[in-house]
Every structure is written in C-alpha cells, then in structure tokens.
Write a protein that binds this ligand. Sequence first.
Ligand code: UDP
Ligand code: MN
Length: 590
Amino acid sequence: MRVSNIRSGRIFRLALCFLVILPLLYLLANWSDNHKRVQRAYHARFGGRKQSHQRLESRPREAPKLVEGLGNFEPRNLRPRHGAGENGDAHILWPNKTNVADAAEMEYGMNIACSDEISMHRSVRDTRLEECKHWNYPYDLPTTSVIIVFHNEGFSVLMRTVHSVIDRSPKHVLHEIILVDDYSDKENLRTKLDHYVQQFQGLVKIIRNKEREGLIRTRSRGAMEATGEVIVFLDAHCEVNLNWLPPLLAPIYRDRTVMTVPIIDGIDHKTFEYTPVYEGDKHFRGIFEWGMLYKENDVPRREQQRRAHNSEPYRSPTHAGGLFAINRDYFLELGAYDPGLLVWGGENFELSFKIWQCGGSIEWVPCSRVGHVYRGFMPYNFGKLAEKKKGPLITINYKRVIETWFDAPHKEFFYTREPLARYLDMGDISEQLALKKRLNCKSFQWFMDNVAYDVLDKFPALPANLHWGELRSVASDGCLDSMSNEPPALMGFTYCQGTGNQLMRLNAEGQLGVDERCVEADRQGIKLAVCRLGTVTGPWSYDEHSKHLLHHRHRKCMALHPETLQLSLARCDANNAYQQWLFKKIRPDW
Ligand code: UDP
Ligand code: MN
C-alpha cells in the first residue's frame, strides 16, 4: 500500500506537474506567437522599419506547395452572377447612348458610360492556368498596401479597381488601399469620392498632391505614406482576377528583394470585355530595344527549365511599369523612383535595372492575373511639368536611366538609336550615381550576361551611324517621313519638320533606319519594314558627292516622282535632282 501509496503519490505529483506545466508551456508558446504577431502588425502599421528585415529573416520561409484539392486561398462556392459585363463579357451600349460614349472616349480614352452600367462587383473570367487553383500559400503572408495613383480617371472605373481588390484579396493580408490623387480637377473625384470611400471604414485612404507631380513621383509618394509591409501598385483602371494576391506575395515573403509582377490581361476600352492578352500556357517576359521601347520576348528555355511547374514564377529582366508588388522598405532603400524622372516613362526600366544590378530580382507570376484597360490614347497632357523641361520629356527620362545604369558600349547603342538624346539636358544624376556606388551595384554587362541574355538576339548590337538627320530632297522642298505608320506601309514625303518620324539614320552596315524600323525598297516603292534580325536591309549607301542613296541589291537609286511625290527606286542618273538627297542634322535648339 505504502509503496503503492508513495508510488501513487509520485504519479499524482507527476500528473499534477504535467497538468500545470503543459498548459503553461502552451500558453507561453502561444503568447510569444501572439506577441510576435502583434509586434508584426505594430511594426507594419507604425514603422519599425529597421526591424522588418530581421523579422523576415527569422520567419520560417515556407514555399508554396502544389496540392491535390483546391489551394488554401482559392475562392469557394462562387455564385454565377448575371448582368451587364458579368463574367468579363463585353457590354454594348444602346445606340441612343452613342454620343455619351463618344464624349467619354474623348475625355478619358475609354468608354466610361459603358463602365457606369457595369456592377462594381462584376465577375471576370478566370484566365489562369488550371494548375494555379492547386497551390497552397503560407497563411502568414506580409501585410499589403495597395497603392493606386490617378489623374482625372473615370469614377466607376477607379472604384471598380478598388472593389475588385477588396472582393478578391484575403482580409488579413489587405492592410489598406491608398488612392493618391495626382491633382485631378474633376469634381466627382473630390466630394463624391470622399463620400464614397466612407463605406470602407478606413481601409481606403485618399491622399492628394498639392500640384501635379506625374505618375512617377506620385507612386513614390504613395510608397512613403504606406504602412503595409509590401506595396502593390495598380493603375486606376484595373480589375484583379481570382486569388491574385497570395501568389504575388509568396516570393516576397521568402525573399524581400524579389519584386513580383502579375500577368496583365486586357480590358477593352470600348466594351470593358475582359480577355487574356497572353493565351495558353506560353509565357513571356519583359525586355527592351535600344531606343528603350518596352518589348516582350518568349521566356528562354534556360529560364523555363529552372522551374518544376509551368505555373511557377519566372525571372524577367524588366516589367511594363504599372502593376507590381515589392517590399516597401526595400523599395525605399533603393531610393524609390529617381525623383528626377518626370511624369511618365522610363521608370519601369530604372526600377528594373536598379533591382537586378543592386542584388534583387524580378519575377513574373503566372498565377496572379490583373486586367488593365489599355486606352485608345493618352487623354492627359503633361501639364506644367513638361514646360519646365524643353525637349521630349520621355527621352530625357530614358537618358537619365541610361546614363545611370548602362556602361559605355551599351550607352552608344542608345545614342545611335536616338541621336538627339545626346543633346538633351537630363539634369543632375549625381545622387543616382552615388546610390549605385553605395549599394555596390553590379555592372550593366553583368546584367546583360546573366539576366537579359536574350536581348541581343532580338535586338542586335547597333552599328554606328554614318549619317543621320532629316533626309531632304534636293529637287523638292520636303523630307522622307515614316508618317508614324507601322510596317507594312509606304514611306511618305512631307514638309520637313525635324520630328522623330523624319529622323533617318544610315549605319555602317547599310541599314537605313527610322525609329525602331528600317527602310526597304521593292518594285512597289520605298517601304517601312521591320528591321530583320541580324541581317541588313538594303544595304543602302550614301554618296556625298553625287548625293545618291543607292540600294545595293537592286542597284538603283532612291527617287522622288516630280509630280506625284511618290518614292521609288530608279536607274541612277547623275543629272536628276529628284534622285539627290541631303542628310540634314536636326540640331535641337532646346
Ligand atoms: N497618372 C497620374 N499622373 C499623371 C499621369 C498618370 O497619376 O500625370 C496615373 C493614371 O491615372 C494611371 C497611372 O498613373 O492610374 C498610369 O498612367 P496610364 O494608365 O496613363 O499609363 P499607361 O497604362 O498608359 O502606361
Ligand atoms: Mn494604365
């Protein structure tokens, strides 16, 4: 008995210990877990910027997992919706609304009257790969601020962007939506907007610029004001697709130096039909040509093979600009956007080069799809900002980016393609160069060799220009002009205006170029053509003495018809002034 008594006493004490200690341990573990969570929320909200790095380091870096059933963030029990534009279908206005629709198109570059008839909560078609529905993402994803900058956008389009984000993002992840008004002057974007967002009870915040800043600086301002751990930029005319956010956040959760980009679907600017721009299971990534036009290319095999599943993110040298996610602190550590970039253009390259060269990376995420309205035209002007700087503002932006991030040989490609850029005043870039040094960033050659290794295949190195300028006829007062056409098209002949579409370049290999296009000739005439990869069109040569432009393959000269002013090839005739041309340097007086 005693023994047993003693034993049972021990057992009792042991049991008591367990009963007391285990819950205590449990409480303690829970408390520290909770404590961490509260701390995280606190830091996300009120700064504590420095800690965020360590916080990320100490997290278990769970990777997304492919599962049998539906992924953990997949929407369940979606009810079909019926009505105008539902399922992302086109919505056609009644003919009696044609005038209103036309007016809206003129004012906004899109049919706001059509948008006004579509529900704020409309459904869109699921454009993702089937596999996307079967990924599990970490639950504990970083808190997110969605930043939407806008200048004079249509009210219903802007608010549908907001509603789609709220309707299709996990509540515990969506920290806030910040609307940054870039000095809009439409009345409904003030009082009506302020009133409308009250329903979101603080989730949607509005900040307003005191003067027009342009989209680049406005985005940087949004980033500074945001208090989420990750910021996601969207244009003010988007609709996010199903389960768009977790796949964008997952790579950043594992590595704060990854910037992620959703795959962009198209929303028609007339009917608001939601359709994929990229169909099937083929992927594309962002690159550039030497005049810094944004281009896309098939994902090279080398990159495809780095991944086990076709729905996984892949690396991309650049991105289109408007839509992406990035750790907020990281974005600010990189200096946000170069504040010397004005209004629009080039900022997507600046951020891309900066990220890659300074140790980060860019991934495009097939399972995150966002619809974007591509407008018919740009409905706004650049306001006062454009007056401050003379010369084409976008090319000035490019020049800042090139002078900061390119190396000498690649800079030459840019100046060969854009000869006028040499004369443009890009302002002071010493801060950008200092940042590059401070962050110990790699060279542009490194970027070309390791990241953008497919660019030179698509856009070969440019031979130097032998001649460039307007191509003036000696016989008649006028110049060759691409008329801003796209190939196939005939080259035109118009008054000399010194504009980009009259700026012809004849390079050392005999290619006659205008913008990113080349000039070819056949029996029908002188034509605008796609520059053939690696091969030379023409080849043309220019003789300063005879002033002839000779097409070597056809062994004929470029000629202007005296009456019709049509261009063609003709048998070379030294006495015919209609075959004589002068390259006249356009000297910008800005
Ligand atoms: N935007 C802005 N300030 C400007 C110009 C544009 O805030 O000076 C906003 C615009 O409302 C949109 C975003 O920036 O939400 C991107 O501009 P846009 O859609 O015109 O660019 P695109 O999609 O044509 O590249
Ligand atoms: Mn846009």
